[in-house]
Design a protein around this ligand. Structure first.
Ligand code: HEM
Length: 149
């Protein structure tokens, strides 16, 4: 029961984090396309700041739950199973998760720079950049479901 509840909550917070990872660059696209509308810029920057903070909270909780699924058996041997054993899919998955977190933090930096009056990449470039997390997420999901190594 605890294991399945932990995994259910892990997926819930992973989904919430990924929603922020996918939406923040969309806000940046809108910021890049409304440079001469001051009121719209203020609203978009505020939305972006709130989403960025929300995303970090969701990641933090998803990470702690993932850690419990990964290493919890060492502390609660009777409650959580050792689901990884000697396999290494988790190492590759965490590398992709780290890349997603770096991507999200970079988008947060772009937002802060834009709010301070700094330049943004073009909206076309931002639309392409927005596709990168999709590829990283497909990789992370395939690794955790297929466990190829
Ligand atoms: C983008 C981020 C992440 C995604 C999309 C993701 C996705 C998933 C999915 C779909 C499962 C269920 C797999 C199954 O039941 O077969 C899962 C389980 C798991 N995740 Fe994550 N996860 C993410 C982040 C993390 C992080 C940061 C950690 C470690 C700190 C982690 C560790 C685990 C572990 C150990 C399991 C349990 C596997 C099992 O029950 O056999 N995950 N994850």
């Amino acid at each position: 029961m605890t294991y399945l509840l932990t995994k259910t909550l892990h997926l819930l917070f992973v989904m919430a984090w990924m929603a922020a990872v996918f939406y923040l660059p969309r806000i940046l696209v809108n910021v890049a396309e409304t440079r001469d509308e001051a009121a719209v810029q203020r609203r978009l920057h505020l939305m972006g700041r709130r989403l960025y903070k929300f995303g970090h909270y969701m990641f933090g909780i998803a990470f702690v739950l993932g850690l419990a699924l990964w290493q919890g058996w060492r502390i609660f041997p009777g409650v959580l199973p050792n689901v990884i054993g000697s396999m290494h899919w988790i190492d590759a998955k965490l590398a992709l998760v780290a890349a997603l977190l770096i991507y999200f933090s970079w988008c947060g930096r772009l937002l802060k720079r834009s709010e301070a009056g700094g330049a943004l990449p073009s909206s076309l470039a931002l639309r392409w950049i927005n596709e990168l997390p999709v590829l990283l997420l497909i990789g992370a999901l395939y690794l955790v479901l297929a466990r190829p190594f």
